[in-house]
Design a protein around this ligand. Structure first.
Ligand SMILES: [Zn+2]
Ligand SMILES: [Zn+2]
Length: 447
């Protein structure tokens, strides 16, 4: 039996619009196979994926085999747009190069505008199991690489993935290596791997579980990391798991969901485009409220330490400032700790250009006082007056050059501001901005 790609795209000479070439077959096969051209004998997976789109009927076709006719030229132009190469509508050198590269077996569909999604799972906790591995990698290195890829997605989504033993009927996703002529999705040619989509939009197994993530173990060499001529399992797994979660191909080069990857390379980090896509499919959700304890008064202010740890400031029942901080980024809390002082208003926090937090609050004589870390993530200097009087809580912003600037209402109802004369440096003194106000200020920084 002849492989559909036995004659390679790479061997097809340049063909212009209107030309007839007995060699054009592999190019038209590619365009049909990956969702650019319609054919009566469409591959079932390609046709089913496209059927999920309202514009499926708008695909160019039918075409005359071996002729670069109008439908074939339109399909070539769409491929060229998706791949950000010059749009000629002809089969030229740049198109040949792009079509000759190894790629995912899932068709390119959608509008070609950044990320595209198909549908989401109805649950957020999925299970996966392994069946056949590859002899290309020693031990169970390929399994660890796939586990790493699941971990990368779970860090970017409100989803969890649990590895379970392979038991039919009880697993959502099964990962394995297959011959190129994979019965559930043909990978012969330059196809590296394939997956399916969630049950509501599945094209390989439909609604049935488990869903496949299959790697071609016959025509490609697999590796852990970049190795000469081989493909990094973690990079390809990250892409295929993206399909399993409901993402389609993006035309953003460098994103994980871009359909092609070069051998001897790694792409193990999600790009903003990938994260935007998964966030649209699985919007983040919130934990329950959790008490940090304390007998407190007024409103809190929160800052972010240079190492990413949150730190929160608020007055206690006696008007003294207390603070509490994460003991590791995103981690648990230290507990409330006194910063002393006697305050009549709520604090505001800014971060100096070098990462040192600085807190402001209204205290004795209605003066504003500030207190700052003496080193990033470090200890505190102690309260120091900025004078006043002020009649509102302060707000603090960061100028483009890193200088802090604070705002507060004066006794005349006008707004006043005060700014660092250099990043992290001394303060200019209060200066009027006029107006007649009855509330507290807030500060934003435009792009
Ligand atoms: Zn893909
Ligand atoms: Zn398969």
């Amino acid at each position: 039996m002849q492989s559909p790609q036995a004659r390679k795209v790479a061997d097809v000479p340049t063909v212009a619009v209107g030309e007839k070439s007995s060699d054009l077959g592999p190019v038209q096969n590619y365009l049909v196979r990956f969702g650019y051209l319609s054919s009566p004998e469409d591959e079932p997976a390609a046709a089913a994926t496209r059927a999920a789109f309202t514009n499926a009927a708008q695909l160019p076709g039918p075409f005359e085999p071996g002729v670069l006719d109008d439908p074939t030229s339109q399909a070539l132009a769409a491929f060229q747009r998706f791949n950000a190469i010059a749009v000629s509508g002809e089969f030229d050198e740049a198109t040949r190069d792009a079509m000759s590269q190894s790629r995912c077996g899932v068709p390119d569909v959608g509008s070609g505008l950044a990320f595209a999604t198909l549908c989401a799972w109805g649950k957020r906790d999925l299970t996966f199991a392994f069946d056949v591995g590859t002899d290309d990698i020693a031990g169970d290195g390929e399994r660890q690489a796939v586990r790493n890829a699941f971990r990368t997605w779970s860090a970017a989504t409100a989803m969890s993935f649990t590895e379970v033993p392979l038991r039919p009927g009880s697993v959502d996703i099964v990962i394995g290596w297959r011959p190129a002529a994979d019965p559930d999705h043909d990978m012969r040619g330059d196809v590296l791997a394939h997956a399916d989509f969630p049950p509501d939009c599945g094209v390989v197994t439909g609604r049935s579980l488990p869903k496949p993530v299959h790697f071609d173990d016959e025509e490609h060499q697999w590796s852990v990391g970049a190795a000469q001529g081989a493909f990094d399992v973690e990079s390809v797994a990250l892409h295929e798991i993206g399909h399993m979660l409901g993402l389609l191909h993006t035309d953003v080069a460098g994103a994980v969901m871009f359909p092609r990857i070069a051998p001897s390379s790694v792409n193990r980090a999600l790009a903003p485009d990938d994260i935007n896509g998964i966030g649209q499919l699985y919007p983040p959700f919130w934990s329950n409220w959790f008490s940090l304890g304390g007998a407190l008064t007024g409103d809190p202010a929160v800052g972010v330490n240079r190492d990413g740890r949150l730190e929160v400031f608020i007055r206690d029942g006696n008007g003294a400032m207390v603070h509490n901080w994460q003991t590791s980024p995103g981690g648990g809390w230290h507990g409330w700790y006194p910063m002393e002082g006697g305050f009549t208003g709520n604090p505001a926090v800014g971060r100096n250009h070098d990462g040192r937090l600085e807190v402001f609050a209204r205290g004795a004589r209605d003066w504003l006082y500030h207190n700052w870390q003496t080193s990033p993530n470090g200890g505190w200097h102690g309260w120091y007056p900025m004078e006043g009087p002020v009649t509102s809580d302060p707000a603090v912003g960061v100028n483009q050059d890193g200088r802090l600037e604070i705002f507060a209402r004066g006794t005349d109802g006008g707004l006043y501001h005060n700014w660092q004369t250099s990043p992290g440096g001394g303060w200019h003194g209060w200066y009027p901005m006029e107006g007649g106000f009855t509330g507290n200020p807030a500060v934003g920084r435009n792009h």
